[in-house]
Every structure is written in structure tokens, then in C-alpha cells.
Design a protein around this ligand. Structure first.
Ligand code: RIB
Length: 298
């Protein structure tokens, strides 16, 4: 089986459910509170793990109780984790669930502490992996450096989920095989053009996620933008981590050798299922569950 390395963030998600959001200077009472494992890197690694991929997760956490919670929780899923233990506090996300939508405030802490010694440790293991998955919750110069290191090895695939969106340095674009922004992020990455024009530009191959409207890509054989629909009629409870589930499932399909359209249909279905439970990782499905949902909805 091809091996995947996810290089990215870990957070402890503090999830507040409320029917009223506080205004400046106001205190309000909410309805529910729960803590979940999160962070885009951890979420994508767990999505891959739950689907049955061979995945190893590289991440930085602190030396505090949140770090223990995260490392214990991730190991319980069976995920292989190679952590850097930072002197910074573990990353934390405050998530307000309000009227079916989320508002997220992240304090990166250890996620912004990837020292040269950790990059060297990772570099020594690059040869062991085939696919590399990154996001932008670790510093952009670290992402760029990691991609440059990976590119020194032949036949490696790099998937970058540019979230949260930032302007990407010009040298990063050609290092990436697949870029997976959502529609909003696509226009914040530093290349100008309409969605269709940006999808056509390459490298990398861009796949744009559109939530309930599915995912689009430029089909180079047919020379047109194609949109793969999402699952319809789902009872959405929490969209946190849906994008991460999409990315994990998309990479899972690439590793299996799936065509782009099939990979996106599978990823859309996985992401849809993930929205039916509270918590970024709680609703992430197995491969069998995704296939069952696809056949039910087809
Ligand atoms: O993509 C969802 C994730 O974004 C949450 O788990 C939270 O930790 C933030 O990083």
C-alpha cells in the first residue's frame, strides 16, 4: 500500500453551542460545551486513517495537558504520530456553533514552532512516503521548505490544502501537484482570474470545493470545467472538519489510483457524511460507509 505523510497542525477544539452570540461587552449563556480533537492537519490524518490508509502524522504540540489529550486521542485511532514537543502551548481552537454554522478562532501556539531540527528529522524519513498532505495552519515558510525538501526525491506527490488562505509565494505553486482550496480561498492565493481561469492554470491541478454545491476541476481532455455534485438531503449538524474530511478522502482515492471525477465524488460523499455529527473528527466515515452512501444517493 502507498504510504501517506500528513504534515500539519493539531488543536484541541473547544466547541460552544449557542443560540445567541455575545456582542462586545455582553455576557450570554450558551447551551452546550464539548472538547474534541481538531486542527486541519490532525483532521486530515484521522480522515485518512478512518478510511483505511497507511498514514503517518507529523505535528507539533506543547508539553501541557492538551498535548497529552491530543497524542492519546490520536494514538487511540491507530494513527502513527511523530510529534515535535514544543515549549509553546498546544494549539487551541474556540468554535462557536451558532444556527448550524461555525465561527472558529485559532491560537496556533506550538503549530507555529517547527524548528530546523524537526524539519531535519522529517527530511530523513521522506523516502519512506509516496504522498504528502499539507495545510496552512503551520507557517508558510515551513510549508514551502518542506515542499522543496520533498521535491528533492523522485516520484513524490504533494497535496496542499491552502487553508486558512494566504498568498502563496510564487516558488511554492510549481512544487505542488494538487491544490484544494474552497471557492473563497481560491481567490486569496495570489493568482488573479475567474474561478474557471484559475482552475485551468497549472501547475498545480486545482480542485475547488463548494460545500453543498460539490467540487469543480478543469478536465484537460474535455477542455472544460466539470462539477461533481455533493450528496443531497443530508441532515447537517456541524460542518466543522468537512473540508478536512474531503481532503483526506480525496487523497485516499488518489492513492488508490482513482480518476479525478471519481475521487471527487467519493470525497464529496465522505465530507457530507462528516457533517451529520458534531465535532471535526467524530463523523468521519469508513470507506465502506462512503460507498454505501454513494450507492444510496445515486
Ligand atoms: O478545519 C477545521 C479545523 O479548523 C478545526 O478542527 C479547528 O481546530 C481549526 O483548525
Amino acid at each position: 500500500m502507498k504510504k501517506i505523510a500528513v504534515l500539519g497542525s493539531s488543536n484541541l477544539d473547544l466547541v460552544f453551542t449557542t443560540t445567541q452570540l455575545p456582542q462586545a461587552g455582553e455576557t450570554v449563556t450558551g447551551q452546550d460545551f464539548v472538547m474534541h480533537l481538531g486542527g486541519k492537519g490532525a483532521n486530515q490524518a484521522v480522515a485518512l486513517q478512518k478510511l483505511g490508509a497507511d498514514v503517518t502524522f507529523f505535528t507539533a504540540v506543547g508539553q501541557d495537558a492538551f498535548a497529552t489529550e491530543i497524542l492519546t486521542g490520536l494514538s487511540a485511532t491507530g494513527l502513527k504520530v511523530v510529534p515535535h514537543r514544543s515549549t509553546q502551548p498546544t494549539g487551541v481552537a474556540q468554535i462557536n456553533l451558532y444556527e448550524g454554522d461555525n465561527r472558529i478562532l485559532v491560537i496556533p501556539g506550538a503549530n507555529h514552532d517547527w524548528p530546523a531540527s524537526y524539519l531535519k528529522r522529517i527530511a530523513e524519513q521522506i523516502a519512506d512516503f509516496d504522498y504528502f498532505v499539507l495545510q496552512l495552519e503551520i507557517p508558510l515558510p515551513v510549508v514551502t521548505r518542506l515542499c522543496q525538501i520533498i521535491r528533492q526525491f523522485p516520484n513524490k506527490k504533494i497535496i496542499l490544502n491552502p487553508a486558512p488562505a494566504q498568498v502563496l509565494p510564487p516558488e511554492l505553486w510549481p512544487l505542488v501537484d494538487y491544490l484544494t482550496p474552497n471557492e473563497h480561498e481560491l481567490h486569496l492565493l495570489g493568482r488573479r482570474g475567474t474561478t474557471a481561469e484559475l482552475l485551468q492554470s497549472s501547475p498545480p491541478q486545482i480542485v475547488v470545493t463548494k460545500g453543498a454545491a460539490g467540487a469543480s476541476y478543469f478536465d484537460r481532455h474535455q477542455q472544460k470545467v466539470m462539477t461533481v455534485p455533493a450528496l443531497a438531503n443530508l441532515k447537517v449538524v456541524d460542518t466543522t472538519g468537512a473540508g478536512d474530511t474531503f481532503n483526506g478522502a480525496f487523497v485516499y482515492q488518489l492513492v488508490q489510483g482513482a480518476e479525478l471525477a471519481a475521487a471527487l465524488a467519493f470525497a464529496n460523499a465522505a465530507a457530507g457524511l462528516a457533517t451529520t455529527k458534531v465535532g471535526a473528527q467524530a463523523g468521519m466515515p469508513s470507506a465502506a460507509a462512503v460507498k454505501e452512501a454513494q450507492s444510496k444517493h445515486s
